[in-house]
Design a protein around this ligand. Sequence first.
Ligand code: KMH
Ligand code: ZN
Length: 271
Amino acid sequence: MEKLIITAALTGAEVTKDIQPNLPVTPDEIAEAAYECWKAGASIVHVHARDAEGNPTQAKEVYKEIIEKISAKCDIIVQPSTGGATWHTPEQRLQPVELAPEMATLSCGTCNFGDDVFMNTQENIEIFAKRMQEMGVKPEIEVFERGMIETAKGLVKKGLISAPLHFDFVLGVPGACPGNPEDLMYMVQQIPSDATWTVAGIGRYETPLAVMGIIMGGHVRVGFEDNVYYSKGVKADSNALLVARVVRLAAELGREVASPAEARRILGIAK
Ligand code: KMH
Ligand code: ZN
């Protein structure tokens, strides 16, 4: 089994400081949180930017500042979001790809997202995929529902993304696929045999699905974007503590953790 890639989803677009007082929102806070997660064992950070008021923004300039600040501290792979918030336009969402980051997310379909709709039309998915290809950005295919895997396979046929694909199963979003073990096992059975995958369990699904990812040979995402608690009713003090728990679980289960350089090799990212 390959070493385990741990992604830290630091901020997201939905969580606020009221919900999680330790949420990193400024570029300095995000860079420090990324550094702490790197020290704890993460090899990728999934980044959402916030503006000066703490609201979600997809502004290229803010992502540029965040990437520069993180890269000055450590060699972790920085993966900006192109999902943004549900109310962002496709044009706003695509902005960080212009910075040619090593990776970026590519959501491959529309689903309900709590009380909102996370809209990804076929036309926009193709525009996003094409621009990532032109900019040399490795897409992480975000899968919230089963059909999104088929959309990704369709992008391969159209030459807009290429093997080996890397999927992220985001399971447990209210309104989309739940995060039970059988949901993950079914998803994994549908992807190409040469593909890699990560699992991100939302809320109470986070830790059980992390264990599933470790033992099934997948990779794991944790962090405040997905879950703000350390245990039932107890808020986590930092993203790094959530990463550190996955590192301990992996050690107990006999799986080594990948460095960023090893993660690049596993994912086929040339630095
Ligand atoms: N905030 C969600 C609406 C991504 O980062 O690519 C979308 C999201 C997915 O978080
Ligand atoms: Zn995200």
